[in-house]
Structures are given as C-alpha cells and as structure tokens.
Design a protein around this ligand. Structure first.
Ligand code: PLP
Length: 356
C-alpha cells in the first residue's frame, strides 16, 4: 500500500507528557493514519497526516445509525529498547470480523498492520519507557456517507490514532469490587456483542454508572436471555479458578473474543491447569464462593492485562474472593504476559512482533 506522508515540522511537534501525567487516552501524538473508502473505488488515499479533526457531513451515517467499530492494541518499549507489538495480526483479523458484522468494508490486514508500524515508527519518541506504560493504538472505522436511511453506507474512513498510556497499576495490583447486574445486559446472542462496535459501549454506560454510584468499580454482565450465565466483566473477559479448574465463558456470539483471553487460556493449559470454556452460572460462582471453592476471579484485556476481582456483590449480598487479594494464577499470568510484552521473558509462542 502506498502511504502519502505529510509530517509536522520537527520544531512544531508537541511536548511529550511526563510519565506520571500519562493517564489513559488523554494525550494524542503528532500524526494519524487515515484512508477513505468509496463503494466504487475501494480503499484510497492512504495517508499519514498531522493529528487533526475530521470534517464530517452532519448526515454522516456513523452519527445517526452507528456504523462505527474500533480496535485496541499497544506498542511496548522493551527493556532492550526495542518496540514490540503483542499478537497485532489478531487485532487486524478481529477488526475485519467486526466490519463484517456491521456491514462495513473489509481491509487488507497486512497493509493495515504495515501502516500502523509506519505510524508508530514516525511517533517513536511517544512510546513511553517505564514498565507498564505503552503507546496505545486505536484503529477505527466510521461510516461517512451523508445519507439518512438505514442501509450500509457507501463511504467510510479508516483511521489510526495513538495515545501514550500510563501504567494501569501504579502501586501493584489492586483487586476490584464488582457489581453483578441482573437489571441491564450488554449484548444478546444474535446481536453485536462479539463485534467491537461503538454502540456496545454506549449501551453499557448506564449499568457501570449505577455500579460506580454504589461504590463498585465495574459490572459483571449476565446473559441477556436468562440473566443467569456469566458473560464478561466491564469491558474485559472474565476468568474463575474453581477448585483448581480455570473456567471462562465459552464464546457464544455475545462475548468479545479477547486476545488476552486467548493468551490466558493457552498459558494456563501449558502450565498444567484444566481449562474449560463453558457456560458458568452466577449461582455456581456464588455457591463456590460460599463453600470456599472459588479460588480466584479476574478480568482480562489489553488495557489492564489482568484485573483481579476481590469482591462480588449479587442480589444484596457481598462475597469476598481469595480474602480480597490477588490470587497466584492472576499474578503469574500478569508477570508472564507483561514479561513477554516488555522483553523480560522469552516468547515461546511467537506472540511478539518487533518494529524494525
Ligand atoms: C476489547 C474487549 C475485550 C478484551 O479484548 P483484548 O483483545 O483482550 O483486549 C473484552 N471485552 C470487551 C467487551 C472488549 O471490548
């Protein structure tokens, strides 16, 4: 793919934020990648340009009917100074699966990854050094055709923006308190829950706001039909260790197929755990918590990697997990995955790609 580059003059580039001011998704780098899609031309005008607002027609389909999808991955600065990506091709494939589900055009996975690498290369100075920090990469696609009607749009923008992010855990792991909601649902089987579609996150806001008001960090989602089977936690996949068995909900179509989830399954299996992708009811979880068989619970996702759950609240009752502390598997997975991502540990699965 031919990418036109229009770069900001060196002396007009933004100052890099201090490591302790990074936060998440607050600062954006000097440049962005953009390409356009037209029904009759395919993807055109691939370009890296100064980070700047889009001009959108007020009738753009994304603003009215929600044809909008995204991805999230990170570039890590390893202890050897090399920049690494973690299984980035999986993000490209998932972007295409989301696009397919939302009737949006397919992209060339290798071309997009090459474009991302080129953009990160230009923005090298933005990749923070400290362990736990990273340059978060946000590819996204929106429908831009000006047309008020419900059918797939004929014009799109694919863009990639970059934001340096701070360490999720500044003083070690902090297990979170989770509210199990049986009032709201995130996604239903047959819906778009397995797509990283923008509207899914708007749909989840009310439940997480109510949970936060009650003093919880996030929501644990149950299935839409019976409000019985565990699905995800916040915007992460969820794992339990039940009497030594590692359990995560099977992918039914309403659950996002996390790359961290897949990596955690692989590692746990190779470490000798019995790993089951199966339906798991909230009653089974609560029973196990009562009888002391619920050893651990944690969420998985690119942002936090592993997020231990120390407390569950369901139907007016609270349940402590592992004494509210991080369990041994959560800790080991976190150490292994971040070890691979920052080049401190070998990469036996070939998960890492380098920026040359
Ligand atoms: C992105 C996401 C995840 C985690 O996926 P990763 O590939 O591990 O980052 C899980 N659940 C939801 C709803 C998500 O949007």
């Amino acid at each position: 793919m031919d990418i036109k580059c229009e770069l900001v003059p060196e002396d007009s580039r933004k100052p890099i934020p201090q490591p302790d001011e990074l936060g998440f998704g607050i600062h954006f780098t000097d440049h962005m990648f953009v390409m356009d899609y037209k029904d009759d031309k395919g993807w055109i005008n691939a370009r890296i340009i100064p980070y700047s607002p889009f001009t959108l027609d007020p009738a753009a389909v994304c603003l009215h009917y929600g044809q909008a999808i995204f991805e999230g991955l990170k570039a890590y600065k390893g202890i050897d100074g090399k920049i690494r990506f973690f299984r980035p091709m999986e993000n490209m494939k998932r972007l295409n699966r989301s696009a397919w589900r939302m009737c949006m055009p397919q992209i060339n996975e290798k071309d997009l990854l090459d474009a991302i690498k080129k953009l990160v290369d230009i923005e090298r100075r933005w990749v923070p050094e400290a362990k736990g920090t990273a340059l978060y990469i946000r590819p996204f696609m929106i429908a831009t055709e000006p047309f008020l009607g419900v059918r797939p749009a004929k014009e799109y923008i694919l863009s990639v923006i970059l934001t340096p992010v701070g360490a999720y855990y500044k003083e070690g792991f902090n297990p979170v308190k989770i509210f199990v909601t049986d009032k709201y649902v995130r996604a239903a089987v047959g819906g778009v829950g397995e797509a990283k579609a923008a509207g899914n996150y708007a749909a989840s806001l009310m439940a997480s706001e109510e949970a936060k008001e009650k003093g919880f960090t996030q929501v644990l989602w149950l299935d839409a039909k019976e409000r019985k089977y565990v699905e995800e936690v916040g915007t992460m996949n969820i794992f339990f260790v039940l009497d030594g068995e590692v359990v995560t909900p099977e992918l039914t179509g309403s659950i996002l197929s996390g790359i961290t989830r897949d990596s955690v399954i692989r590692l746990s299996k190779d470490w000798g755990y019995k790993v089951s992708e199966r339906r798991i009811s909230i009653d089974e979880v609560i029973e196990a918590a009562k009888s002391g068989k619920l050893n651990e619970c944690f969420g998985t996702g690119t942002a936090a990697v592993i997020s231990p759950v120390g407390f569950l609240y369901y139907k007016d009752q609270g349940y402590k997990i592992n004494g509210g502390k991080t369990g041994p598997l959560a800790q080991r997975l976190f150490d292994e995955l971040t070890g691979i991502q920052y080049g401190e540990k070998p990469d036996p699965y070939g998960w890492v790609e380098f920026l040359e």
